[in-house]
Design a protein around this ligand. Structure first.
Ligand SMILES: Cc1cc2nc3c(=O)[nH]c(=O)nc-3n(C[C@H](O)[C@H](O)[C@H](O)COP(=O)(O)OP(=O)(O)OC[C@H]3O[C@@H](n4cnc5c(N)ncnc54)[C@H](O)[C@@H]3O)c2cc1C
Length: 332
């Protein structure tokens, strides 16, 4: 037994990330996941959100979620994303609700909030889970890739509560619900350690813009120079998708980390993924498990992504990109 006495609550608390009153798709997926985990066990599923203003639109969106109750912390200090402020709200809620499990989206914000909250709660965090289950004893089985994606490890937290997991986007499917959650509005909670001012709201908006489904165009190491990205942004506009990349382009400093797909980036679950010049490392595959159809363009037909793709196109990514733009211009 550690310094946190284990309580046997089966209740689940979901951190509901929002930007401009819109609930992040990853949080919506976690509401569905939490209800699946709770099953018929009688466990209650709660939500917690923090926002600059408790607008009528936000409250209505929260009320409709399949949750018993939602705690909303509202105040000026949640205007910009400051991890310590959001963590303080999360901790306050977890101490009131005393859940056995706490689920947080593995967004850039969730990855910052969860470990800061874990410290005062005297528990740990399993980051970037790709599967969750609950065993007959109430232990949360938290599965995630380990050793660079070579194995899947299942991690348990037997000696502390809540069991905190951050969960990747696109792992669970959000099932829209017509719930009637009870809303409680709270004053903001001041963090114990006041953070240095930082402006990271831009990243919050970026994260909220991640595609829920639809089309993702991904560009990889086959790109010859940064200026050539413009061609693939044009392809992306022609297809009406969102442009992401493999780690190669982030390492070259050509695109920001929020655009990286994969084990150390984000997961995407589009209807269609169109990948240009990406080999298909195990780490990249970790981020596209939820993709329904994959088109891959590569000069090397033996690249792993080509072998796994529904539609492998052997050819030069630049020529294929030009052709897509020409075709869409002709038909549009
Ligand atoms: C702990 C750890 C975590 C990692 N996390 C991630 C992660 O989150 N995401 C990630 O992507 N990687 C990650 N990596 C890196 C990963 O191992 C690979 O190095 C990376 O995915 C390679 O990216 P790539 O396939 O785009 O580039 P490359 O391996 O360089 O492949 C480029 C591909 O482009 C093709 N090509 C070249 N020219 C053309 C052309 N003109 N037309 C068409 N095709 C062309 C080549 O045939 C090749 O297949 C991680 C590695 C480690 C160790």
């Amino acid at each position: 037994m550690t310094n946190n006495t284990v309580r046997n609550s089966a209740d689940i608390l979901v951190f509901l990330q929002q930007a401009n009153g819109r609930i992040h798709p990853n949080s919506l997926e976690l509401v569905t996941a939490a209800n699946t985990l709770a099953g018929g066990s009688g466990a209650r599923v709660f939500g917690v959100a923090a926002a600059e203003t408790a607008s009528a639109g936000l409250l209505e969106s929260l009320r409709r979620l399949a949750l018993c109750e939602v705690d909303v912390y509202a105040g000026e200090q949640y205007k910009n994303f400051i991890a310590e402020s959001f963590s303080a709200a999360l901790v306050d809620c977890a101490q009131r609700r005393r859940p056995g499990t706490l689920l947080v989206g593995a967004t850039p914000e969730g990855r910052a909030v969860a470990p800061i909250a874990a410290v005062p709660l005297k528990t740990g965090v399993t980051a970037d889970c790709t599967a969750l289950a609950i065993d007959e004893g109430g232990l949360l089985l938290q599965t995630r890739p380990a050793y660079g994606g070579d194995i899947m490890a299942t991690i348990v937290t037997p000696a502390a509560r809540p069991q905190i997991a951050t969960v990747r986007q696109g792992i669970f499917t959000h099932k829209p619900s017509c719930g009637n959650a009870l809303i409680h509005i709270h004053e903001p909670v001041l963090p114990k350690v006041f953070p240095l001012p930082r402006v990271v709201n831009k990243q919050m908006e970026d994260a909220a813009d991640a595609p829920e489904s639809g089309i993702v165009v991904a560009v990889g190491g086959g790109l010859r120079k940064k200026e050539d990205l413009e061609l693939f942004f044009a392809v992306n506009r022609a297809l009406g998708g969102e442009l992401f990349c493999s780690r190669s382009l982030v390492e070259r400093g050509w695109l920001p980390h929020v655009r990286q797909i994969g084990l150390s980036g984000r997961s995407v679950a589009p209807r269609l993924l169109v990948a240009f010049g990406i080999s298909g490392s195990v780490q990249f595959f970790a981020g596209i498990q939820g993709a329904r159809r994959v088109f891959a363009v590569n000069t090397d037909e033996s690249a792993p992504l080509m072998r796994a793709a529904d539609c492998p196109i052997v050819g030069d990514m630049y020529a294929v990109a030009d052709e897509i733009i020409a075709q869409t211009t002709r038909s549009g």
